[in-house]
Ligand binder design. Structure first.
Ligand code: GTP
Ligand code: MG
Length: 426
C-alpha cells in the first residue's frame, strides 16, 4: 500500500470554525497522531491551522501551505497528513506545493483498516472502500507523485484514455468484490438466523476507539483478546458466551471502535460488519470518562449508530458503561458517581481494576429482562397457527414472504418470546 511503516510524517489539523465543534486542537492533534501511530508512522512535527476562509485549491491558506512545507522540510518528513477530508484536487495541489505525499483523514483510516482487517469479509469491505476512495482520486493531469500512489500496479500513465481504463478496471474490481461480499453475507446470515432462533440474548459492546471495549470484554469473558492503547485495535467482531444473573448463557460481542468523521466509504463497510450489533438485544456503550473529549466522542458514537439505523425505532435498548473511572481525580470521580446515580442506564466502572463490574452485570441482566425486543423470525408458510399467534401476541413490523417461508420482524415482550420458543420446541 501507499504508506510505509516507519515513515516520518508531519500532521496538520485544519480547524474550520464550526458551530458545535467541541474538540480542542490539542486533542485533535493527539488523535491524528494516534491514528498515524496505529500504522507505525512516526510523527516528527505537528501544527493546527485556523481556517478562516477555505482556499478551494488547497484547503489551507497560502501561507499555511508554505509553513507546512517548511515543517516537512525541517523535519525530513516524507509524508504530510492532513486531518480533514481533502478533495482529490486539493490533495494533488498540496503534494505539488509541499513536494511530499499527502494523505487525508479518510486515507489514513483506510490504511489502518487495510492493515488490520483479519477476516475475509473485513478485507473485502476495506478493499471496496479503498477502491471507492481511489476511483475519486483519478484526476486528469497525472503527476509522478500520483503514479507512485496506489500500489495496484495498473495505476499509471497520464492521459484521458489511461484514466478511463483505470476507472473501468476499478469499477470491474468493485463489482467483483460486491458479488463476493454478497456470497459471504448470505452464508453469515444463515448462521445468524440459526443463532437468532436460539434462546440466547446477544449483548454488543460499542463505543469510541480506545474506550476500553476489549478490556471490558476480556474482564467479562475471561478471554484474552487484543486490547491495547492503540486506535482501532479491534476490527472484526468477536463473540463469547458469558453468564449473567438469571441467564445461563448470554452472547457478548466485542466490536470495532468508532471515530469522529468516519469516512462515508467506511460507514458502508461498518454496516455489514455491524449487523451483529443491529441484531443485538442490548447495546452497551463503553465510554472513556477520563478523556477530555468524552462528550464529543459520545455524540460521534451516537451519530454512527444512527447512521447504521440504530437511532430509535426498533433499536436495541442501551446501557452506558462509564469506563476508566480509576483515572479520574477523587473530585471528578465523586461528581460522576453522583450523576450516574441520578441517571438510569448508566454504570460507572473500571475495566482495568474490575470496579463496578458486578453492577454492570446486574444492570445488563435487568435490561435484558425488561423491555420488548424485535425478533427476526422465519416460519414455513404452512405454519398458519404460529403466524397467527405472533400477530395476536406481538407487533409485526415487517413481513416478507418468499416461496415457502415467511420472514417476520416481530416486537415481543420477553415473556411472549419465551412462550413462542416453547411453542417452537414443542
Ligand atoms: N486506566 C484504565 N485504562 C483502561 C481501562 N479500560 C481500558 N483501559 C486501557 O485503554 C486502552 C484501550 O483499551 P481497549 O480495550 O483496547 O479499547 P477498545 O475500546 O477495545 O479500543 P479499539 O479496539 O481500538 O476500538 C488499553 O491500554 C487499556 O488497558 C480502565 O478502566 N482504566
Ligand atoms: Mg478493541
Amino acid at each position: 500500500m501507499e504508506v510505509a511503516r516507519g515513515e516520518k510524517a508531519v500532521v496538520v489539523v485544519p480547524e474550520v470554525r464550526r458551530e458545535g465543534s467541541r474538540r480542542s486542537s490539542e486533542a485533535r492533534i493527539q488523535e491524528a497522531e494516534g491514528l498515524a501511530e496505529a500504522i507505525g508512522i512516526e510523527i516528527v512535527g505537528e501544527r493546527a491551522f485556523r481556517i478562516r476562509s477555505v482556499r478551494p485549491a488547497t484547503l489551507l491558506g497560502k501561507g499555511q501551505v508554505e509553513e507546512a512545507a517548511q515543517l516537512v522540510k525541517d523535519n525530513g518528513a516524507g509524508l504530510l497528513i492532513v486531518d480533514a477530508s481533502l478533495m482529490p484536487v486539493q490533495q494533488k495541489n498540496l503534494e505539488e506545493e509541499t513536494g511530499v505525499k499527502v494523505i487525508d483523514r479518510t486515507g489514513l483510516i483506510l490504511e489502518i483498516f487495510g492493515e488490520r482487517a483479519a477476516t475475509a469479509e473485513g478485507r473485502l469491505q476495506v478493499e471496496l472502500a479503498h477502491l471507492d476512495y481511489q476511483a475519486g482520486r483519478l484526476v486528469r493531469s497525472w503527476t509522478h507523485l500520483e503514479r507512485q500512489r496506489g500500489g495496484f500496479g495498473f495505476l499509471g500513465g497520464p492521459g484521458e484514455t489511461q484514466i478511463e481504463a483505470d476507472r473501468r478496471m476499478i469499477r470491474d474490481r468493485m463489482a467483483r468484490i460486491r458479488r463476493e461480499l454478497e456470497q459471504v453475507k448470505r452464508t453469515r446470515s444463515l448462521h445468524r438466523d440459526r443463532r437468532q432462533r436460539a434462546p440466547w440474548p446477544v449483548v454488543a459492546l460499542v463505543g469510541y476507539t480506545n474506550a476500553g471495549k476489549s478490556t471490558l470484554f476480556n474482564r467479562l469473558t475471561g478471554e484474552d483478546v487484543f486490547a491495547e492503547n492503540l486506535l482501532f485495535a479491534t476490527l472484526d467482531p468477536t463473540m463469547r458466551d458469558i453468564r449473567l444473573p438469571g441467564f445461563d448463557k448470554v452472547i457478548l460481542s466485542d466490536t470495532v471502535g468508532f471515530v469522529s468523521d468516519l469516512p462515508t466509504e467506511l460507514i458502508a463497510a461498518f454496516r455489514a460488519t455491524l449487523e451483529e450489533v443491529r441484531s443485538a438485544d442490548l447495546l452497551v456503550h463503553v465510554r472513556n470518562m477520563a478523556h477530555p473529549d468524552r462528550e464529543a466522542q459520545s455524540d460521534d458514537v451516537n451519530d454512527v449508530l444512527t447512521s447504521l439505523g440504530l437511532g430509535e425505532e426498533g433499536a436495541p435498548p442501551r446501557l452506558e458503561a462509564w469506563n476508566k473511572v480509576d483515572l479520574l481525580s477523587d473530585e471528578d470521580r465523586e461528581r460522576l458517581l453522583e450523576e450516574a446515580k441520578r441517571r438510569e442506564d448508566v454504570v460507572p466502572l473500571s475495566a482495568l481494576t474490575g470496579d463496578g463490574l458486578n453492577s454492570l452485570r446486574t444492570s445488563m441482566a435487568e435490561k435484558l429482562r425488561s423491555g420488548e425486543q424485535v425478533h427476526q423470525i422465519r416460519l414455513p408458510v404452512s405454519d398458519g397457527s404460529k403466524i397467527a399467534w405472533l400477530h395476536s401476541r406481538g407487533e409485526v413490523l415487517n413481513q416478507r414472504v418468499t416461496e415457502d417461508e415467511v420472514e417476520m420482524d416481530v416486537r415481543l415482550s420477553p415473556d411472549n418470546w419465551a412462550r413462542f420458543q416453547a411453542l417452537e420446541s414443542a
